[in-house]
Each structure stands twice: as C-alpha cells, then as structure tokens.
Design a protein around this ligand. Structure first.
Ligand SMILES: [Zn+2]
Length: 114
C-alpha cells in the first residue's frame, strides 16, 4: 500500500528527529500533501493511527494534513493553471508542453513536542 510505505518512512524520520532534539513525545505532526501526490488522506490517517502505536514517541501524536494545490506550468503561453481541473493540456492555448510545478509533494512542515 502506497500510504503505508510513506508512513513507515515518515515514522522513521520522526523517530530520528525526536532523538536528535531529545524529545520523548511528539504532540502533533503537520504534513503537507500535494493534491496529485496520489495519497488518499482518509486512508493515510487510518494508517497513521494504526502505525503510531508501534512508536512510543508518536503514540499520543496527532496528524494534521494540509493540502498543497496542484499547479501546472504551460510553456506555450507562459502561465500556470489548475492541474486537477485541466490535466496535461493547457486550457488557454491547448499546448501539451506543460509540467507540474507543485502538487506532488509530501513534506513534513512542522513537528510539535508534547
Ligand atoms: Zn498555454
């Protein structure tokens, strides 16, 4: 499962961060998830709640998710447009010379100690 893989990686990173900073318990984790990252947020939270029990440092933590809107750049008319609405073809000039500027990421924005 895609979500589980990310969470295993995330939990490992958080464990390491907690150790580095001498934290015994993490209160909350804010994660920024891109709109087209392929992460199903409901599933993600379920996985998190299951998985955090295996990590003492995360046991009482809360996962907060923020969505990063997906934006595509068009090289034809040099403008950005909404990826989810229009896909890979520019709605303004019909060009296919487009690429994703943002919306595919999964970033730890903030960790709060308990
Ligand atoms: Zn265009």
């Amino acid at each position: 499962m895609h979500e589980m893989g990310i969470i295993i990686h995330l939990a490992k990173t958080l464990d390491e961060t907690a150790q580095e900073q001498g934290l015994t318990e993490i209160g909350s984790v804010t994660l920024q998830v891109g709109e087209v990252s392929g992460i199903v947020t409901d599933l993600f939270v379920d996985c998190w709640n299951y998985f955090k029990k295996k990590h003492p440092v995360l046991e009482n933590s809360e996962l907060k998710l923020e969505t990063i809107p997906a934006v595509t750049w068009c090289d034809g008319c040099k403008t950005n447009y909404e990826t989810v609405k229009y896909g890979k073809i520019c709605p303004k000039c019909g060009s296919k010379e487009t690429w994703l500027v943002q919306g595919n990421e999964c970033i730890i924005k903030e960790i709060e100690a308990q």
